[in-house]
Design a binder for this molecule. Structure first.
Ligand code: A2P
Length: 287
């Protein structure tokens, strides 16, 4: 499919570097290597405690700011609505930039209600400090809630997605609402890479298992942010644009779904469960 996906004239590189445990000098060096080998989309978060490392790597890379796509996320499990703006200013200082390309609500947890939180985020967009606003870990009910509240300009929803985790209902709602899907832990933290079916398909296409999984996501229009701290594997993950998986093999990969989550802690907040739910005072409530 594509090296970029586009929404409302905004281009986002379809592969980004996930940085969830890249910290300290070592983490900074890894991010630097990613920029050197061609990554232009870097995904960080206040919660990852590595915005400084991302900022340092970007500034020493000398890559023009406009050529980069930087995402960060407000740590909404900890930051209350009234603290969002200040915490974001800190993020910009750490990232050594005047703006981020994408600012996400990390979890649908909020002080008062969903509307108040979205309002604060979209005010940051008006100030041009966040070029796009998105959500993360929102299930299909919460996505619908955002739309019902009148927020039609949500750039993306970042959730776990890979061949072991079907997200059928969520995918339907995202398509309907023109919200870009972004997959975190697209390799299920590496668990998928020993799967016999995936290994067989990899052999057939003469590709690495990770490339098969990432290409499968790409052909469905998903942006993916695999994490790797290794230059060779980073290169593999970004080099998925010179082959196509057949319809038959796409279906075969879909058939591996088994409701497996590599990041079950996101379920600790219950926000991803696709069960009847509504947003209450402090976040999602199952009903
Ligand atoms: P490493 O950092 O040593 O490369 P996910 O993005 O789904 O969370 O997966 C991340 C895990 O998958 C990390 O342990 C990472 O290890 C590993 N990984 C990333 N890319 C590849 C690859 N191309 N081949 C094998 N393992 C990979």
């Amino acid at each position: 499919m594509s090296e970029f996906f586009t929404k409302d004239n905004v281009n986002i590189p379809s592969i980004g570097l996930g940085t969830w445990d890249l910290r300290g000098k070592k983490g900074e060096d890894v991010i630097q290597v990613a920029l050197d080998v061609g990554y232009r989309h870097i995904d960080t978060a206040q919660m990852y405690d590595n915005e400084k490392e991302v900022g340092n790597a970007i500034s020493s890379s000398k890559i023009e700011r406009e050529k980069l796509f930087i995402t960060t996320k407000i740590y909404t499990l900890v930051i209350k609505n009234e603290g969002i703006k200040d915490s974001f200013e800190k993020s910009l200082i750490n990232l050594k930039t005047d703006y981020v390309d994408l600012l996400l609500i990390h979890f649908p947890a909020f002080t008062t209600n969903l509307n108040d939180m979205l309002k604060i985020l979209f005010e940051l967009k008006e100030n041009n400090k966040a070029k796009n606003i998105g959500i993360s870990n929102f299930n299909h009910n919460l996505v619908n809630d955002c739309i019902r509240l009148g927020y039609k300009d949500i750039f993306c929803n970042q959730v776990e997605y890979h061949p072991y985790l079907e997200q059928k209902e969520l995918i339907r709602v995202l398509k309907e609402s023109n919200i870009l899907p972004v997959a975190y832990s697209p390799l299920a933290k590496g668990k998928l890479l020993n799967d016999k079916v995936i290994l067989k398909i990899a052999e057939k296409y003469e590709k690495q298992p990770a490339q098969i999984v990432l290409r499968w996501l790409n052909q469905q229009g998903w942006i993916a942010i695999p994490k790797s701290a290794n230059e060779i594997r980073m290169k593999q993950n970004i080099n998925i644009f010179n082959f196509t998986i057949s319809d038959e093999d796409m279906i075969l990969l879909h058939s591996l779904a088994r409701n497996y989550r590599a990041v079950p802690c996101a379920l600790g907040t219950s926000h991803q469960i696709d069960l009847p739910s509504r947003h209450g005072v402090s976040g999602l409530e199952l009903i």
